[in-house]
Design a protein around this ligand. Structure first.
Ligand code: HEM
Length: 139
């Protein structure tokens, strides 16, 4: 039961974090074409005001719930080494932790670990992570 609840928390927090990145990259960025620079930065600032209240926390919850899930899910390492599932899961977890660390450093400590001004890089990482999350069960 605990696993099920944490799994659901993971999915919903990932939904909120990933949903923001999808919205920002696929829709909000496009408004640049229709608005002046001043208008666009104003609209974006209003949007980000509410994003900042929720999205960074969702990312932290995604990472914490992910750590719990992997602690249950990873399993024993056999004599033959890591299974394909364990390899893909490790890559996915590494990328998720990187994203989490990057987000926390940026939002809570104002540190830009890598100079990425737009949200394109986290967006691409989230797409890759979601892909790996599904792939790992069938390799
Ligand atoms: C923002 C980063 C993350 C994203 C976007 C993400 C996304 C996902 C998605 C979409 C699933 C599949 C859920 C399903 O099909 O039921 C999943 C499952 C999983 N995630 Fe994450 N995740 C992230 C971070 C992490 C981290 C940091 C870890 C571990 C340290 C982790 C560990 C896991 C595990 C073990 C599962 C398998 C759960 C299961 O099916 O029982 N995730 N994740």
């Amino acid at each position: 039961m605990t696993y099920l609840i944490v799994h659901l928390i993971h999915i919903f927090s990932v939904f909120i974090y990933g949903g923001f990145l999808f919205t920002d990259n696929l829709f909000l960025n496009k408004m640049k074409k229709d608005l002046s620079e001043a208008e666009h930065s104003k609209v974006r600032e209003y949007f980000m005001k509410y994003v900042r209240q929720v999205v960074p926390k969702s990312l932290i919850i995604a990472v914490l719930s992910g750590i719990y899930l992997i602690s249950v899910n990873f399993g024993e390492i056999s004599e033959n080494g890591l299974s394909n599932f364990q390899i893909v899961l490790s890559i996915k977890a590494f990328l998720g932790l990187w994203l989490g660390l990057r987000g926390v450093l940026q939002v809570f400590f104002g540190i830009q670990p890598l100079v990425f001004k737009s949200h394109k890089f986290p967006f691409i990482l989230v797409v890759v992570i979601i892909f790996l999350s599904q792939l790992m069960f069938s390799v």
